[in-house]
Design a protein around this ligand. Sequence first.
Ligand SMILES: [Zn+2]
Length: 152
Amino acid sequence: MNTPENTSKTTSAPEGTAVPLEKSDSQWREELTPEEYRVLRQAGTERPYTGEYWDTHTEGVYQCRACGSQLFTSREKFDSHCGWPSFWAPLAEGTVKYLHDRTMGMDRVEVRCANCDSHLGHVFEGEGYGTPTDQRFCINSVSLRLVTPEES
Ligand SMILES: [Zn+2]
């Protein structure tokens, strides 16, 4: 069964990294909108072509919607036409972490925020997009917040 409990329960903290942000489930529920909570904390997926940023070309830095950690920049964003914001690399190694995800009958690599362990999306490889890495970080808009140079 694909219950949220199966997909979002990880108790072990990553080794060798800064102490990750720890918040209780009720704190997250309070701070996030229901849609943000569903995606970020229950590894949900927003519907394609409905998110705020799938077609955005604005220059800026994409932060984690849950904790504000800087995750991606507009320089690595590209038009994948898949309906979600797509990046060919994270802002830096260590800003995101990877988990094997075998839910939904697929073998995928889940991408989470390294700081707060929130679900961001998935990363796919070797699809032939012609980007420098041939990777596609397929990220939910609702997991991100774009901060433009004027705002920061
Ligand atoms: Zn975060």
